[in-house]
Design a protein around this ligand. Structure first.
Ligand code: PGA
Length: 249
């Protein structure tokens, strides 16, 4: 059975005291033990978040990492640095990284390779923009993102990969893909993995949906057969909302 996962992407929110407050609130929530829970604070709060949550079942993920092992890359963070503070999971390819920081499929494929070499778990994000959907090109676009960014990985690496389909037009906009639209794309993604790898790999990978998931819509999205959870932005900054989404299966 593939895992149910809810991951909170805090993005560039929460300074130190806000992080401590949010963590204390999260620790007061009752979180279903059937769901793998991940939180992803900014780099400056990864270490204290890891320390704060290490007695809990919650996993801490970084929002990004550099593709090189180390070196003269001012301002960047390596996989080894993350691992040295206990962080073994990283989000790669978020649409905001693609849109605002020029991250291409080619670059993301290098980050994927580096993360896997470091034995990290990857939450690999992808998804079409509104123009792609209007042009009915969303399936092609998603397939291309997977082929160019991810499908160089070996069969053995798939147990370290979580997918997050996030239609860009639904991120932070209040606009959600309908549960049917999410299911249609998730089934397509699973099928594409089966074609490129195997049915058992496709059946084993968790595919999260992301884009304006809230307590009010999580259950209807998560009940779709190919939706295995969510990558949550805005609603993950409120502990009660986040817990309600974790418990929405
Ligand atoms: P949102 O963000 O839930 O605020 O739409 C999702 C994401 O970008 O991961």
């Amino acid at each position: 059975m593939r895992k149910k996962i809810v991951a909170g992407n805090w993005k560039m929110n929460c300074d130190l005291s806000q992080t401590e407050y949010l963590l204390s609130q999260i620790k007061q929530q009752k979180l279903s033990s059937n769901t793998t829970v991940i939180v992803s604070p900014p780099f400056t709060n990864l270490y204290n978040t890891f320390e704060s949550l290490k007695e809990t079942a919650i996993t801490v993920a970084a929002q990004n990492m550099h593709q090189a092992a180390n070196g003269a890359y001012t301002g960047e963070i390596s996989a080894a640095m993350l691992k040295s503070i206990g962080v073994n999971t990283v989000i790669i390819g978020h649409s905001e990284r693609r849109a605002y920081f020029g991250e291409t499929n080619e670059l993301l494929s290098q980050k994927v390779t580096t993360a896997l070499e470091a034995n990290m778990t990857i939450i690999f994000c992808f998804g079409e923009e509104l123009d792609d959907r209007r042009a009915n090109d969303h399936f092609n676009l998603v397939k291309q993102q997977l082929q160019e960014g991810l499908f160089h990985v070996s069969k053995n690496s798939w147990d370290q990969i979580i997918l997050a389909y996030e239609p860009v037009w639904a991120i932070g906009t209040g606009e959600t893909a309908s549960p049917e639209q999410a299911q249609e794309m998730h089934a397509f993604i699973r099928n594409t993995i089966a074609e490129n790898y195997s049915q058992s790999i496709a059946d084993g990978v968790s595919i999260l949906y992301g884009g304006s998931v809230k307590p009010s819509n999580a259950a209807e999205i998560f009940e779709k057969p190919d939706v295995d959870g969510g990558l949550i932005g805005g609603a993950s900054l409120n502990a009660e909302d986040f817990a309600a989404i974790v418990n929405a299966f």
